[in-house]
Design a protein around this ligand. Structure first.
Ligand code: PLP
Length: 477
């Protein structure tokens, strides 16, 4: 196929996509393939001769699609959603046709300047002060890595990149037990070492870091001659939505001169609604904040919004050319590749622009508010059932539960609750009407529920009640 046939195929793909997205709710959410099935369906050797698009497209439908888990299914309640609203998909289509590399301002001024503007729109949408500047990273993991490298370099007086970590002071970074594994990996990759990632105990309903324990840990490290370098806070953790007391923890970070990074990968999108901002009081003092518009907001994957109070620290850490330090941000020139670990960059801002203009912030807020309200409604219904127990309260639209049927007469419990709940989640996912995942809370296996799919409806969320209760009560105990 060459470009003169592209329009015809492009229209066919667009029609296919529209049809798929309108009917995605009719599929079982999780793919039903067995391991190896798709691999076996693909020829073991590459073709020597070119093939017609007709056959390629047919195989896409027949071989690939059965092996897809439908993340855009309106009853996808597993993990977190990875939304892709129609206007953002259109923008991605355009970007993949233009295919610009947006590493420097001059390699596509529109991409750089659109990125600057879109990050400022998002900043305003979250009501962050105007000192923050933003950059789009490919993932929250990358943003966290960039922040950890920055805290390392600051703490080592900018010597780490140059001299390596051999013979340097032992750095310490603090976080709670509830942070995402991307924090651990950033610590490994930055050469700080897992043993220097200090897990501060959590307390309270929000399962957030205990500020007194944080300060005690810092003091103990200072006495031991170690060097506290950074604090990583979690707002809306992956397992249960755990949220640290941002204000109190940042007080301590300031007192001990720690660089602070806030991981709000999922929950950050909800901060476009003023009523959810009580979850991060004092956020406007954090050095670095990341959230993923590609999760809940509706922007097609990948798109991670990284805000920095002082981008100079990040640029000083990651920019190769020292020259650049003198000009960055001046004369309208920003080279965003100096703000991230990878050099090459996609034109990601366009899909934010398409999305926000299509729905307006008010349209996006309405969706997020509905997700939270419907999720709470489902929570209340399940909480009222005697054989279910709520384990963690709703944080935005995420909460966890367990099936705890009492045995006949209510005396002894004859089943293993972890095993029973694992069987329940497996049975729910085999059923196909919905998709849920499990996590551990204080060692116990629990089932997570979160609502956030862009096109989900109240009816979709309520169907989860029927599916969960019906399947649970049908299990052999
Ligand atoms: C999803 C998630 C991440 C990882 O995001 P990526 O963009 O996939 O790297 C990190 N932290 C939290 C809290 C998350 O929910």
């Amino acid at each position: 196929m060459e470009w003169d046939e592209f329009g015809q195929w492009g229209r066919r793909v667009a029609d296919w996509a529209q049809d798929y997205r309108k009917t995605v709710g009719e599929h079982p959410v999780r793919a039903r393939t067995e391991p190896g099935e798709i691999l076996d369906a693909l020829p073991a050797t590459p073709p020597e001769q070119g093939e017609a698009m007709e056959g390629i497209f047919r195989d896409f439908e027949e071989i690939v699609m059965p092996g897809i888990t439908h993340w855009q299914h309106p009853r996808f309640f597993a993990y977190f959603t990875s939304n892709a609203a129609a206007p953002s998909v259109l923008a991605e289509f355009l970007v993949s046709a233009i295919a610009p590399q947006c590493m420097l301002w001059q390699t596509s001024p529109a991409a750089t300047e659109m990125e600057t503007r879109m990050m400022d729109w998002l900043r305003q949408a979250l009501d962050l002060p105007n000192e923050y500047q933003g950059v789009i990273q490919d993932s929250a993991s990358s943003a966290t890595l960039a922040a950890v490298l920055t805290m390392r370099e600051k703490a080592l007086n900018w010597q780490g990149n140059d001299q390596g970590l051999f013979g340097q002071r032992q750095l310490r970074v603090y976080c709670s037990s509830e942070v995402h594994t991307s924090i651990d990996r950033a610590i490994w990759v930055a050469g700080i070492g897992q043993q220097n990632l200090v897990r501060v105990p959590i307390k309270g309903d929000w399962r957030g870091m205990d500020p007194d324990a944080l300060e005690a840990a810092i003091k103990a490290d200072l006495e031991a001659g170690l060097q506290p370098a950074g604090l990583i806070l979690c707002v809306g953790g992956t397992g249960t939505g755990a949220t640290d007391p941002v204000d109190q923890c940042l007080d301590i970070a300031k007192k001990y001169n720690l660089y602070s990074h806030v991981d709000a990968a999922w929950a950050g999108s909800a901060m476009i609604c003023p009523e959810f901002r009580h979850y991060w009081p004092g956020i406007d003092r954090a050095d670095s904040i990341v959230f993923n518009p590609h999760k809940w907001l509706g922007v097609q994957f990948d798109c991670s919004a990284h805000f920095l109070r002082d981008p100079d620290d990040l640029v000083r850490t990651l920019a190769i050319s020292p020259e650049y330090l003198k000009t960055h941000g001046k004369d309208g020139i920003i080279n965003y590749s100096e703000w991230s670990v990878p050099l090459g960059r996609r034109f990601r801002a366009l899909k934010i622009w398409f999305l926000i203009r299509t729905y307006g912030l008010e349209g996006l807020r309405e969706r997020l508010r509905n997700h939270v309200a419907w999720s709470e409604q489902l929570h209340d219904r399940l909480a009222a059932e005697p054989d279910f127990e709520i384990v963690t309260r709703p944080m935005w639209s995420l909460w966890t539960f367990r099936f705890v049927p009492s045995s006949e007469g209510g005396t002894s419990v004859l089943y293993n609750p972890d095993e029973l709940n694992q069987r329940l989640v497996d049975a729910i996912n085999d059923d196909g009407r919905t998709y849920l995942t499990q996590t551990r809370v204080d060692g116990d296996l629990v089932i997570r529920f979160q609502a956030g799919q862009f096109d989900t409806t109240e009816e979709d969320v309520m169907m989860a009640f029927d599916v969960i209760t019906e399947i649970a009560r049908g299990l052999d105990i």
